[in-house]
Design a protein around this ligand. Sequence first.
Ligand code: NAD
Length: 287
Amino acid sequence: MAVILDGKRIADEILSDAQSRVEQCVRHGVRPKLAVILVGDHPASASYVRSKARAAERVGIATELVRLPETVSQATLLAEVDRLNAAPDVDGILVQLPLPSHISEHDVIERVDPAKDVDGFHPFNVGLQAAGRARVWPCTPLGILEMLRRSNLPVHGKHAVIVGRSQIVGRPMARVLLQEHATVTVCHSYTKDLRAYTASADLLVVAAGRPGLVRGDMVQPGAVVIDVGIHRVDGRIVGDVDFPSVEPVAGAITPVPGGVGPLTVAALMLNTVALCEQRRRPEGVSS
Ligand code: NAD
């Protein structure tokens, strides 16, 4: 029987820490502010934005929501990014992805001022992450790292296997775990014999976007299994890990829902405060 890693409880701890740091900034005359750009009205994106706004309100971070229609031109969207880049009171800018197909996500991400890049997706920040000098980590890998730390699950010297190499989860997760001294293997859709890798993992992070991809016979007994996937299947929310067959084998496992999702939102709050501390340097607050 695995320990169930309660993402909601750990996210609450992270949010309390973020709140203390916000209060310290406010005592020094600076309130951290997060701006979110939402294009169109995709229900999942709108729901993610609502949960981010709720978390910000809870910890005292000011928010500005910029809603643009699905048909907005790239020029108009970039002009909004420019406006937020220039706004002195905005610390973090988040462009909710995905964007409509007529807009280049690369162009938009690269337009965000790296000092306000709260998602850590700008190539300048990706370069700093790769160089071992990260100022900001993408929120899902940061949330996972915080959970591992707060659950006393050290990663140094462990074999960490990541399934998935997306820009938002798999690749930054690999950079985070390398920085934390894990031995890192990254698998993806071209990997031959996935099980040969997953079965040797001490820490297995699955972000493949394939419901139930990892089954119990693919997991080393006692491994820590982190399930990033989110899918609605037959009216239920499930992950990339087949929980019923993996839970009896693993040493610790995140549930879906209630695992990585809340941690991602909590990490966004940490990043917003950190960017505020770094850029505005409220007197007496160390960054
Ligand atoms: P993506 O589709 O961008 O990338 C998926 C990756 O998995 C690719 O690199 C691909 O090569 C790899 N892959 C696909 N099938 C595979 C297979 N059979 N074997 C090995 N590798 C395979 O996905 P993403 O944006 O990284 O998201 C992954 C999942 O995580 C999705 O379900 C997404 O909804 C979820 N997600 C959750 C959170 C959260 O906060 N909980 C955040 C981001 C993404």
